[in-house]
Ligand binder design. Structure first.
Ligand code: HEC
Ligand code: HEC
Length: 525
C-alpha cells in the first residue's frame, strides 16, 4: 500500500511534467493523464483504508511529499481533492494546446484571466449580455434557456425557482434544422446556483470538431469565512459575484474518474465513440424549458416569478430577459452542430398529453402525479442501464407546499426581513413521492441485482474507459468480479453521504437501508 502511494506521488509529478513539455494535440486522455494516475491510487482494494497516506499532491495542488500521512480517504469530501488546482492546473491544461474556444480564451493571454464573477467568465467567453437589450441570441446577446428540471450532473439542484441556465453562442438558424457543423466555433455554458462550478463545452475545429468539456471551479469569498458558505451565499445572486479569483479549469479528461465525469452522459459509448451535445427534450414544446408561449414553459415561469422579481438577474441573464428563454435556440445549436438524433429523446408533446389524461390540471398542478406509457419506455431503458435517466414525466418536479415555503423564504431574505443565516435550502423541495420517477431513488420492488443495474451500471460498465479504476467494478460483468472488489463495493455503500467515495454518488441518487441490504446480499454471492 505505502509503496503504491509513493508511486502515485511520482505519477502526479511525472504526468505534470509530461503535460508541461508535450503538445501532442490530444486532450490528456491517454493512459498517462493525471486523473488516471492519481485516481489509480485511490483504492488499494482494502475495505477500510485507515492509515492511507494521501498521495502526494495536497488539495492546494502543491505536489509536495505530504507530511500529512494517516489521512483516511473515506473521509475526504471533495471529489477533485486529488487534482492540481489553480495556476498549476491551468498550466497543465494549456500545455495540451487544445483548439477549442474555451482553451483559447484561457490560454492565449500571457497572464491567466482574472475572473471574480460569473459575468467576468461570460465576457471572457463572449457569452455576456449587452446592456439595455433583452434579446435572445440577437443584438449581441448569447442564446439562452432556463429549465425547471435537469437530468444532468446538477439534477438535484434544479427546480423552477432554482433553474439551470444554459447560455451559448447563438446558432445560425432554429427549427428542425439539419445543417451539421454550421458554426465554426461555439461555446455553451451550464450554470445553476448552489454549485461552485460552471460547466462548459466547446468544439475544437483543429481536431475534427470534437467536443471538449470543461468544469470551471471557483472559490467564493464565503469559502474563506469561519462558518463557510450558507444557503444565502450560494442560492442567491451572491453566488454569481464575489469569487476570490482563485479558480481551477479542468478538462473532461482530468475529471473522468470522478463523480463529476462528463463522459458517462456525453460519450456513453466509450472513448472511441462520438461525444454529443444532449437535449432530451429537443422538440416543441420542449418539456421542462421555460418558454413564455407554451403552457409547460409558462407554468415554470410562473413558479419562478413567485421567488424572483424582474429586477433580479439570474446567471448573468438580465431579469427582464428571463421570459425570453427560448429552447428553440438550444435546439438550433444542438441540431446545427450535428446532434439532431438524440439518444432516448423525450417526446414532450406525447408525454404531456398522456399525463393530462390522468390529471386534466397538468401541467399547472402536478398532484395527482401523472403517468405515461411513452415515458415509461424511456425509464425502462434507464433501469436496464441502456440510457441515462429521462426527465420526469410531469412538468413540475416540486412539492407545492415546499415550493411556496422556499419562495417565501427566498423573498424574505432578499428583502432583508429574515436574516440571511436563516434561509431555507431552496433546492430541497422535490416531490417526495416522485423520487423514483425522477431517478433519485431506485424503482420500487427491485431485486438486489436489478438495483445494481439501475443504480450503478451507468458509470460502471464495459463501454467506458477501462483504464479508470472505477471500471474494476463492472456491473455488466458481475460474474467475473473478484471477491475483493465486491467487498469494496459493500464498504462503499455503507459510507456516509458527504464523502466522495460514497456509492452510489448522492449527487445523483441514493438507496434506503433496506435497498443497501438487498444489494449487499447480492454482492455477497
Ligand atoms: C448525468 C448525465 C450528465 C452528466 C454527468 C453531464 N451532463 Fe451535461 N447534460 C446532460 C443533459 C441531459 C443535458 C441536457 C439538459 C439538461 O438535462 O439539463 C446536458 C447539457 C449540457 C450542456 C448544455 C449543452 C448541451 O449539450 O445541451 C453543457 C454545456 C453540459 N451539459 C456540460 C457538461 C459538462 C462540462 C459535464 C461534466 C463536467 C457534464 N455536462 C456532465 C447530462 C449530463
Ligand atoms: C455517477 C456515476 C457513478 C455511479 C452511479 C456509481 N458509481 Fe461507483 N464510482 C464512480 C466513480 C467516478 C468512481 C471512481 C472514484 C472513486 O473511487 O470514488 C467509482 C468507484 C467505485 C468503486 C471502487 C472501484 C475500485 O476498485 O477502485 C466501487 C466498488 C463502486 N464505485 C461501487 C459502486 C456501486 C455499488 C454503485 C451503485 C450502488 C456505484 N458505484 C454507482 C462513479 C459512480
Amino acid at each position: 500500500m505505502v509503496g503504491k502511494k509513493v508511486l502515485g506521488f511520482l505519477a502526479i509529478v511525472g504526468a505534470a511534467a509530461i503535460a508541461a513539455c508535450s503538445s501532442d494535440g490530444g486532450d490528456g486522455s491517454g493512459p498517462g493523464s493525471t486523473a488516471d494516475q492519481v485516481n489509480g491510487n485511490e483504492d488499494g482494494g482494502t475495505t477500510t483504508n485507515t492509515g492511507d497516506p494521501k498521495p502526494g499532491g495536497d488539495p492546494n495542488g502543491n505536489a509536495d511529499a505530504g507530511g500529512d500521512g494517516g489521512l483516511n480517504l473515506d473521509t475526504v469530501k471533495d471529489p477533485l481533492f486529488f487534482l492540481p488546482q489553480g495556476q498549476a492546473q491551468l498550466a497543465s491544461l494549456c500545455a495540451r494546446k487544445l483548439g477549442d474556444a474555451v482553451s483559447k480564451a484561457f490560454c492565449t493571454p500571457t497572464t491567466p484571466p482574472v475572473i471574480t464573477s460569473l459575468v467576468d467568465l461570460q465576457k471572457l467567453l463572449g457569452l455576456d449580455f449587452k446592456s439595455g437589450n433583452n434579446n435572445n441570441g440577437t443584438g449581441g446577446n448569447p442564446g439562452f434557456v432556463l429549465s425547471g428540471h435537469s437530468s444532468s450532473l446538477v439534477t438535484k439542484f434544479v427546480t423552477a425557482i432554482n433553474p439551470r441556465a444554459i447560455i451559448f453562442t447563438p446558432p445560425p438558424s432554429t427549427g428542425r434544422v439539419n445543417n451539421p457543423k454550421a458554426l465554426a466555433s461555439f461555446v455553451a455554458m451550464g450554470f445553476v446556483r448552489g454549485e461552485q462550478f460552471v460547466e462548459l463545452v466547446s468544439n475544437d475545429p483543429t481536431n475534427g470538431n470534437a467536443l471538449n468539456f470543461f468544469i470551471f471551479k471557483f472559490e467564493h469569498a464565503c469559502d474563506t469565512t469561519p462558518q463557510g458558505c450558507t444557503n444565502a451565499d450560494v442560492l442567491t445572486p451572491s453566488v454569481e459575484t464575489g469569487f476570490t479569483g482563485v479558480y481551477s479549469l479542468y478538462s473532461e479528461n482530468d475529471i473522468k474518474n470522478t463523480v463529476l465525469d462528463c463522459q458517462q452522459c456525453h460519450q456513453t459509448g466509450g472513448p472511441s465513440t462520438q461525444k454529443i451535445l444532449r437535449m432530451q427534450e429537443l422538440q416543441n414544446p420542449w418539456g421542462h424549458f421555460f418558454r413564455n408561449n407554451r403552457t409547460n414553459g409558462q407554468v415554470l415561469l410562473a413558479d419562478y416569478a413567485t421567488a424572483h422579481p424582474t429586477t433580479e438577474a439570474y446567471a448573468g441573464i438580465p431579469g427582464a430577459a428571463i421570459t425570453n428563454s427560448d429552447p428553440a435556440q438550444l435546439e438550433g445549436l444542438v441540431e446545427n452542430m450535428g446532434f439532431k438524433n438524440q439518444p432516448n429523446e423525450y417526446n414532450t408533446q406525447t408525454i404531456l398529453s398522456e399525463v393530462q389524461k390522468v390529471n386534466a390540471n397538468q401541467p399547472a398542478s402536478n398532484l395527482p402525479m401523472g403517468t405515461s406509457a411513452t415515458w415509461l419506455k424511456l425509464y425502462q431503458g434507464s433501469m436496464a442501464a441502456s440510457d441515462i435517466p429521462p426527465p420526469y414525466h410531469d412538468i413540475k418536479v416540486t412539492d407545492p407546499t415546499k415550493l411556496s415555503a422556499a419562495a417565501a423564504s427566498y423573498k424574505s431574505v432578499m428583502a432583508g426581513s429574515t436574516p440571511a443565516a436563516q434561509m431555507m435550502d431552496i433546492r430541497d423541495i422535490f416531490l417526495e413521492s416522485a423520487a423514483s420517477d425522477m431517478s433519485f431513488r431506485p424503482a420500487a420492488g427491485l431485486t438486489g441485482a436489478q438495483i445494481l443495474v439501475q443504480q450503478c451500471q451507468q458509470c460502471h460498465n464495459k463501454n467506458l474507459d477501462q483504464s479508470e479504476t472505477r471500471e474494476k467494478f463492472r456491473v455488466d460483468d458481475l460474474a467475473n468480479m473478484t471477491r475483493q472488489e465486491k467487498d469494496l463495493a459493500i464498504h462503499r455503500l455503507s459510507l456516509p453521504n458527504d464523502v466522495f467515495r460514497k456509492m452510489p454518488p448522492p449527487r445523483f441518487r441514493s438507496l434506503s437501508p433496506a435497498e443497501i441490504a438487498l444489494v449487499t446480499e447480492e454482492l455477497k454471492k
